[in-house]
Write a protein that binds this ligand. Structure first.
Ligand SMILES: NC(=O)c1ccc[n+]([C@@H]2O[C@H](COP(=O)([O-])OP(=O)(O)OC[C@H]3O[C@@H](n4cnc5c(N)ncnc54)[C@H](OP(=O)(O)O)[C@@H]3O)[C@@H](O)[C@H]2O)c1
Length: 340
């Protein structure tokens, strides 16, 4: 069972964050560093990549599923930052396709260094859809995302050691993890099977928050089993940008719903640029050790909430992680060996 935060408490917490939190413009230098940002052709990923380029990174890899969109984003970033065009590279990556993820990670092994990875690519949809035989939100936001993180972790470790620096691996989660109901936990047997069962489509609203809660669980597991040592100086965190304007909602929705959403977002949402600051902060070179394994909100370590911190939350995390990591081991044999 999950133990979501009450919706009222969540509402007040979110309002406080959206209206009163100050999100500073990132200033830490990325000089000399190589950074990968997934899903960086638009939205928060693109704005984070723009900050990282502005802050002097030597190489920024836009990992995107449509290369032409990636090239357009690269040109836009170069125009606004006046950076040297050799700094930005566009690499293909489809987070719904495990072969594409493996090929991307293999290519990344050839980098001379890798300092930070922002795992930003993600989707939300009210439509039940399968890709490669699996429900798409679960596949992209959770399984593909965690798989890529595990495959890139050794390279991050190697670079941190070689350059006497601290690597950073950040998973972009969501504050909706606080209220994720994980109804599938009530179904006996496999959680992933239950989430892949079309019967769960009647709770499609829950799917995105659930995917981000499971990503939160997996992040904590990776951090706990990748403690900071001289051989593994890589900070791992899960973060939320808060509610931001972006292209995240792409479903065809009735005009009236669009109008309501526009009003709500107008009152509540951060600009995409401000959201991009929070992503950049989660991988800044001077990020502190206290962030390892933690949830970041408003650029600070934040309590992860009852879904994570209560005894029932911890029990559910154990059950979910056992399945998630076994599944990843099946997809890519040996991949979990990077964890203690
Ligand atoms: N906006 C918010 O209020 C908010 C709040 C909390 C968390 N987040 C999280 O922030 C992250 C970025 O979202 P956003 O708001 O910036 O949305 P967005 O504008 O829709 O950007 C999402 C990015 O992910 C990419 N992507 C989606 N599926 C992919 C796949 N299979 N392979 C590779 N790339 C894929 C998209 O590429 P295409 O353009 O090619 O589809 C796009 O570049 C997501 O993880 C989201 O869950 C957003």
């Amino acid at each position: 069972m999950s133990t979501p935060m009450s919706r009222l408490k969540f509402f007040f917490m979110l309002m406080k964050s959206q209206w009163f939190a100050k999100i500073p413009v990132p200033t830490s230098s990325f000089a000399g560093q190589t950074v990968i940002v997934t899903g960086s052709n638009t939205g928060l990923g693109k704005e984070a990549a723009r900050h990282v380029v502005r802050l002097g990174a030597a190489r920024v890899i836009l990992a995107v599923r449509t290369e032409s969109k990636g090239q357009a984003a690269a040109e836009d970033i170069l125009t606004t930052t006046k950076a040297n065009k050799n700094i930005i590279e566009v690499w293909p990556l489809d987070m719904s396709d495990f072969d594409s993820i493996k090929a991307f990670a293999e290519r990344a092994q050839g980098l001379d260094r890798l300092d930070a990875v922002l795992e930003n690519a993600g989707i939300n949809s009210m439509n039940w859809t399968k890709v490669h035989g699996e429900e798409q939100i679960l596949r992209i936001n959770l399984l593909g995302t965690v798989l890529l993180g595990l495959l890139l972790l050794p390279k991050l470790r190697e670079s941190a050691k070689k350059y006497n620096s601290t690597g950073r691996l950040s998973f972009v989660g969501s504050d909706l993890q606080y209220v994720a109901p994980m109804l599938e936990a009530k179904v006996p047997g496999s959680l992933l099977d239950a989430m892949n069962d079309e019967k769960s489509a009647k709770h499609q609203m829950n799917r995105y928050p659930n995917s981000k809660l499971l990503l939160q669980y997996a992040t904590r597991e990776i951090a706990a089993r990748s403690p900071l040592t001289p051989d593994s100086n890589v900070l791992v965190n899960n973060m939320t940008p808060g509610v931001c304007k972006s292209d995240l909602v792409r479903d065809k929705i009735p005009l009236i719903v669009q109008a309501i959403m526009a009003v709500v977002l107008g009152v509540l949402a951060r600009t995409t640029e401000v959201g991009g600051r929070t992503l950049t902060d989660a991988v800044r070179p001077d990020l502190g050790k206290e962030t390892h394994g933690e949830f970041l909100m408003d650029c600070k370590v934040f309590p992860a909430g009852p879904n994570v911190e209560t005894a029932t939350g911890k029990e559910l995390a154990k059950r979910c992680n056992a399945e998630i990591f076994a599944r990843l081991e099946h997809i890519s044999p040996g991949v979990t060996k990077v964890l203690a």
